[in-house]
Design a binder for this molecule. Structure first.
Ligand SMILES: Nc1nc2c(ncn2[C@@H]2O[C@H](COP(=O)(O)OP(=O)(O)OP(=O)(O)O)[C@@H](O)[C@H]2O)c(=O)[nH]1
Ligand SMILES: [Zn+2]
Length: 339
């Protein structure tokens, strides 16, 4: 796209947004510094970010108590799942340091490109069900996004109570077969029959997120896993002190059966953003031995001679279903649609 000249009004609006942002961050910094200098804070302690709200975060200390905190000036934006050092205060505390993140989930943001939404996630649970019909390219979007972020994905087949319908069972078996062959873990549940033991087991001692297409049962699973009280608190926390609804951000829950769940509508759509063709290729784990060995360095794996990927598909070393899904995702990239 050519350079676009901004109209005066557009330029004014952008400037206004930038001014407001910088004013907001100055206010945030001065509040944190005021509290720190005022000396009314407790000792430094380790904390976990439960949720983030604009310029403040909710932090859980080692004693499991939670507190709203301001963020010290030199720190980046903090997100749910971050491990931090903070000082508790009478009314509000201050986060003074951020520990290194081992993984980070990002979403597109109109201003900053990609914006972090949650940190330190260990596994992405891709939920599918016999109904709505599972499609390989949808599953692959999530798998590729997880692989790209360096987070272990696993597949969760929910609504297993529907598998007594033979045509649904056949579809599910066919869709899941290539993933099992690739070594992806597949776990089965039925939220309806409260048959959650396999899921409870894989969630233990880990920080997980649920993703998957609408209607597969993510909410039902979260509701079955968490006590009602935890969910009620979560609803409350989405209102600020004036009772206005604030942007819903990711929230961290400790599961009574062990493990941590980070959940938000934004995270559930995880993976539906732009990525480069190279990232996409790397997200298909079985492509690895064939990448970079095509005759042409810029091979698009369409009809080029000596294409290593096409040869691997011919030889059955890459499944046709997965290659088809790769092509669908590449087309979406080329058409500049979100992947
Ligand atoms: N048969 C059956 N139905 C289920 C099961 N789990 C959930 N459902 C039903 O599936 C429908 C969708 O469930 P939700 O939990 O709302 O699905 P979701 O993935 O959260 O959907 P979104 O909120 O749109 O992303 C509801 O009618 C549930 O009652 C299950 O194990 N078996
Ligand atoms: Zn090629």
């Amino acid at each position: 796209m050519g350079k676009r000249k901004l109209t005066k009004q557009q330029a004014w609006r952008i400037q206004k947004i930038q001014d407001e942002r910088s004013k907001r961050s100055q206010k945030r910094d001065s509040k944190a510094d005021e509290l720190l200098v005022g000396g009314e804070l407790g000792d430094e302690q380790e904390g976990l970010i439960i949720s983030h709200f604009g310029t403040q975060v909710e932090v859980e200390g080692t004693n499991a108590e939670r507190q709203r905190c301001f963020i010290r000036a030199n720190l980046p934006a903090l997100v749910t799942g971050d491990r931090v050092v903070f000082c508790a205060g009478e009314y509000a505390g201050v986060v003074v340091a951020l520990h290194e993140r081992h993984t980070i989930l990002k979403r597109p943001d109109p201003y900053t490109g990609l914006k972090p939404v949650a940190a330190n996630i260990d596994q992405v649970v891709v939920v599918i069900a016999p109904q709505p019909t599972p499609y390989a390219d949808l599953i692959d979007r999530y798998l590729v996004a997880a692989e790209t972020a360096g987070i272990e994905p696993l597949l969760l087949l929910n609504k297993t109570d529907l598998l007594d319908q033979p045509e649904l069972k056949d579809t599910v078996d066919e869709v899941l077969e290539p993933y099992k062959a690739l070594g992806y873990r597949v776990v089965q549940t039925s939220a309806n029959r409260a048959d959650l033991s396999a899921l409870v087991h894989v969630l233990q001692d880990r920080v997980s997120v649920f993703v998957g297409q609408s209607g597969v049962g993510k909410s039902s699973l979260v509701n079955s896993l968490l006590p009602a009280a935890a969910l009620r608190t979560s609803e409350l926390s989405q209102y600020n002190q004036k009772g206005q609804h604030t942007t819903t951000t990711a929230r961290l829950f400790h599961l009574p059966t062990g493990g941590v769940l980070i959940d938000s509508p934004g995270i559930r759509e995880f993976g539906l953003w732009h990525m480069s063709r190279a990232e996409l290729e790397q997200g298909f784990r079985e492509f690895a031995p064939f990448l970079g060995v095509c005759r042409f360095r810029d091979c698009k794996h369409e009809a080029e001679p000596d294409c290593a990927l096409l040869a691997a598909v011919d030889e059955g070393r890459i499944s046709e279903a997965r290659f088809r899904s790769y092509q669908i995702l590449v087309d979406a990239l080329d058409a500049d649609r979100p992947v």
